[in-house]
Design a protein around this ligand. Sequence first.
Ligand code: FES
Length: 118
Amino acid sequence: VIDAISIEALDSGVPRRLKVGGREVVLTRWGGRVFAMKGVCPHQARALEDGTVRSRLSAGACFGDMELDLEAAPVISCPWHNWHFDLATGKCPADPKMRVKTYVTAIRNGRVWVDINA
Ligand code: FES
């Protein structure tokens, strides 16, 4: 488990790429949570740190009847071809076989710790 960065250095909803234990990791703060994932999109191996982070729609929501699910982990959309990935699981909601490696995080004493071996 590696001490990656101060929680105060992360703006909520703004992905940030860091080298953690020799790996390229994208950290995203979302309120009081921090998510970590590999910084490479599985579609065409482009960088994910310029992606946009947003809440997911609630289950069953359809066009014209949309609600945000503020409890669920947000998704990041790849800036290249707009594929989305759940920040907690790394799965693409449209195709769960497409997945970005995620890492376990913890916040202790104002610092973000990342387990790159889990
Ligand atoms: S490279 Fe990410 S969606 Fe295409």
